[in-house]
Design a binder for this molecule. Sequence first.
Ligand SMILES: C[S@@+](CC[C@H](N)C(=O)[O-])C[C@H]1O[C@@H](n2cnc3c(N)ncnc32)[C@H](O)[C@@H]1O
Length: 197
Amino acid sequence: MRQIDMGIARKWAYEMHAALLEEGDTAVDATMGNGHDTAALCRLVGESGRVWAFDVQPEALGSTRALLEREGLERRAELILAGHERMAQYVPGGVRLVVFNLGWLPGVEHAVTTRAETTLAAVDQALGLLCPGGLMTVCVYPGHEEGARELRELLDWAAALDPLRYDAIVRRYLNQPADPPVLIAVRRAERARKARK
Ligand SMILES: C[S@@+](CC[C@H](N)C(=O)[O-])C[C@H]1O[C@@H](n2cnc3c(N)ncnc32)[C@H](O)[C@@H]1O
């Protein structure tokens, strides 16, 4: 008998990334962490693509560099030790995908978590970098206090986006305990739409 796997937020996000990215695209990993998302994006953009990855912790750059080297992907990525709220200073426009996986780096003793203020500044910048038809995905973890605040503020922010320029969606479990992660995705329209009268 067939079964449906209901999946989790990171998987929903990855399915969108894989459906969108093509050889030669530019993508941003706004929360590099241990580099799993950076590596996946490097595979999807191919030899001629580029991935810009950000984190505030040197440990994140170290483990991501090691992972990319093991997989032969290091030439496709630019690893930057800076907060994602500064991404517009580093990344030229024309970005097809920006990926956020919020929260903290697993396995590091003093957890440095993403914070609502800087996350909001970063998602604003991310939209400014997207090419027409480009996408931003944000995995949010409301099971801890700061994550719950990030989710509330991101939902308000996304709901207020101009519908002529963006489509914003949310995907989440409605009935599961322990506040599972939530996916927010925003797509920039291909071309300017006209307001309906
Ligand atoms: C859940 S982890 C990311 C996991 C990662 N994408 C992976 O595949 O392993 C979140 C990361 O965000 C980083 N972070 C926290 N504040 C940040 C900021 N302002 N800018 C960029 N990264 C930040 C943390 O250091 C942590 O490594």
